[in-house]
Design a protein around this ligand. Structure first.
Ligand SMILES: Cc1cc2nc3c(=O)[nH]c(=O)nc-3n(C[C@H](O)[C@H](O)[C@H](O)COP(=O)(O)O)c2cc1C
Length: 180
């Protein structure tokens, strides 16, 4: 079992963000301490208070002088992994290009530099998912060790993976860490 079970969960501005509180609850039930980080767009879809209710931790909606991104995802940071669920086409492309201009992209950029495992769970219309630039950015991230939990392609939409699959993948990564 992992010796520390704190994770960072990023949330982006996809309608699938309404599923995120259930993911947080399922992880919390398994003894994982979840720290949620939100983009501004995601706050138009779910309220930070719901994530605070689900996780027991105040959601991070902006970076402060306390350097939350470094404390959690810096070298020897407190988090054993970061997942972004849902991740948008916008945030995928920013991360693939080293951009950290939102709380979520700043955390992800830090996590990659610290070699903290990063899992992305996309959700978007098929037209966005099949955009050749987005496809290239996904490949670039995969080639650099970023894990993806693949969406279900239904009704012209790349839909968020099933919650059980997401939870299992988090547990799998945490429990197979070198210091676990
Ligand atoms: C209601 C609504 C639903 C959206 N759903 C998605 C989505 O599922 N996937 C996606 O990539 N973008 C979606 N978008 C567009 C993103 O919110 C937009 O690209 C935004 O800039 C993403 O910012 P973020 O990546 O910082 O969260 C949606 C926008 C709105 C208003």
């Amino acid at each position: 079992m992992a010796t520390h079970r704190k994770i960072v969960l990023g949330i982006c501005g996809s309608v699938a963000a309404i599923e995120t509180p259930r993911v947080v609850r399922e992880l919390s039930r398994r003894g994982i301490d979840v720290e949620c980080v939100m983009t501004r767009s995601s706050k138009r879809i779910i309220h930070p208070d719901v994530l605070e209710w689900a996780s027991g931790n105040k959601a991070i909606t902006r970076l402060t002088a306390n350097l939350e991104h470094v404390r959690l995802c810096g070298v020897r940071g407190e988090a054993s992994l970061m997942m972004i669920c849902p991740v948008t086409a916008n945030t995928i492309s920013k991360i693939a290009n080293g951009i950290g201009d939102t709380p979520v992209t700043a955390f992800a950029t830090t996590a990659i530099g610290s070699k903290i495992p990063l899992i992305l769970v996309p959700a978007m219309h098929l037209s966005m998912y099949e955009n050749p630039f987005v496809v290239d950015n996904i490949k670039r991230l995969k080639d650099n060790g970023v894990k993806f939990i693949e969406p279900r392609i239904e009704e012209n939409t790349a839909k968020l993976a099933n919650i059980d699959e997401i939870v299992d993948e988090v547990l799998n990564v945490i429990e197979n860490e070198p210091d676990a």
